[in-house]
Design a binder for this molecule. Structure first.
Ligand code: SF4
Ligand code: SF4
Length: 370
């Protein structure tokens, strides 16, 4: 299996190592040299130097085809994507924006085609998510193929299946770029209460301990809702005990079906200010794919989905135009005088507006406007 990936990434060229956050930028001429080299040739001296400096690995005297997977240029120039394997989940969080969380996903032949299309679109960093991706029956095959195709794979998980020996062996052998575990509370009482699943905290800690012990690259997403806000400091301390980086999430979104029921789970006193919205490359440099192979500009802006299984990778050429039109829709914000300092993008505002959410749930200018 490859030690390094050489790939075009947006308008430059990178060398990356699966399971390692470091990337080395190389001139186009170096990438071309690798791309046109015969597989059986030796690793060039300059590449062995880069590998030694960046990742402390010795590739001298090794064959190129045994060590470096050289990705081809793509006319689509995407760099990142997320793929929701299946909306099904073994938890039932009240805040979950997936709403019904229906179990459904592509069978293997379609999934194989989808992963090839994602690779052909130029994607180098691929996030596997769900639902809970690791309960999907084809998770191991999906992960392995994404890895073998030369994508740097990140997994978004609730951690409940991380301790399973089969999963642990796979992820230790083919290291992911990152595993992000959601943390739903600092005690079994609040964690199991929020996820509405007895024993969920125990499974989470078991998975986290196993992955931590195996040295896998982990970080935490602290989900702070009205159920666990009283434990926010304990959740930060929990991350500290494992010495893991973390991000906090306090804004709950309406469901992908337009339901507002999730909004009541927000802890109003803990809502963090959003960053000002300064534009976004959704649909241009990254995209999202749902369990049925429908591609959208991102997880939030799910309008005008492209059926990749029918169109193939070529269908993605329409995504940029779709993104531009979604960004121009003003919807319920028409005429707002404060749009220059708005902190929500148009697709996100639309989701809240369709769910008939109160203005103060998504607009930081709510008081001024009303
Ligand atoms: S673990 Fe994630 S996907 Fe599952 S119900 Fe909770 S929020 Fe939804
Ligand atoms: S929700 Fe808005 S800011 Fe976020 S990725 Fe989608 S378009 Fe971009």
């Amino acid at each position: 299996m490859h030690e390094l990936i050489a790939a075009p990434y947006l308008d430059h060229h990178l060398l990356v190592r699966p399971g390692n956050p470091k990337a080395a930028r190389v001139p186009a001429s170096r990438y071309d040299e690798l791309h046109s080299a015969s597989g059986t040739s030796a690793v060039p001296a300059w590449l062995a130097d880069v590998a030694r400096q960046a990742w402390k690995i010795d590739l001298s005297d090794r064959r190129l085809d045994e060590t470096v997977l050289v990705r081809s240029r793509s006319p689509y120039a995407y760099g990142r994507a997320s793929y929701e394997l299946n909306l099904g989940c073994n938890y039932d969080c009240e805040h979950c924006y997936l709403g019904l969380k229906q179990f459904a996903g592509l069978e293997w032949p379609e999934r194989e085609r989808l992963l090839h299309a994602i690779r052909d679109s130029g994607v180098l960093w691929l996030q596997l998510t769900g639902g809970e991706p690791m309960i999907d029956k084809l998770f191991p095959e999906t992960y392995r193929l994404a890895y073998e195709l030369g994508m740097m794979v990140e997994i978004l998980t609730n951690g409940s299946r991380l301790a399973a020996p089969k999963n642990l062996a796979l992820l230790t052998r083919l290291r992911p770029n990152r595993i992000t575990l959601s943390l739903y509370g600092a005690t079994a009482e609040s964690y199991d209460g929020l996820t509405r699943r007895r024993g969920a905290y125990r499974m989470f800690v078991k998975g986290l301990d196993a992955a931590h012990e195996a040295g896998l690259p982990l970080d935490l997403a602290l989900i702070i809702t009205r159920h666990n806000a009283h434990e926010a400091d304990q959740m930060r301390a929990f991350a500290g005990r494992y010495d893991l980086p973390y991000r906090e999430y306090t804004h709950m979104s309406p469901t992908i079906y337009g339901g507002a029921e999730t909004l009541a789970t927000q802890a109003p006193d803990h809502l963090a200010d959003r960053e000002p919205f300064n534009g976004c490359n959704a649909g241009h440099t990254f995209f999202h794919v749902d369990p049925h192979g429908m591609a959208t500009i991102c997880k939030v802006g799910r309008d005008e989905a492209i059926p990749i299984m029918t169109t193939g990778v070529e269908g993605l050429s329409r995504l940029g135009g779709i993104a531009d039109s979604l960004m121009l829709r003003t919807g319920g914000c028409t005429g707002c005088q404060l749009s220059g300092t708005c902190r929500v993008c148009r697709p996100l505002a639309k989701v809240y507006q369709e769910a008939k959410a109160p203005l103060d749930r998504y607009c930081q200018h709510a008081t001024t406007r009303s």
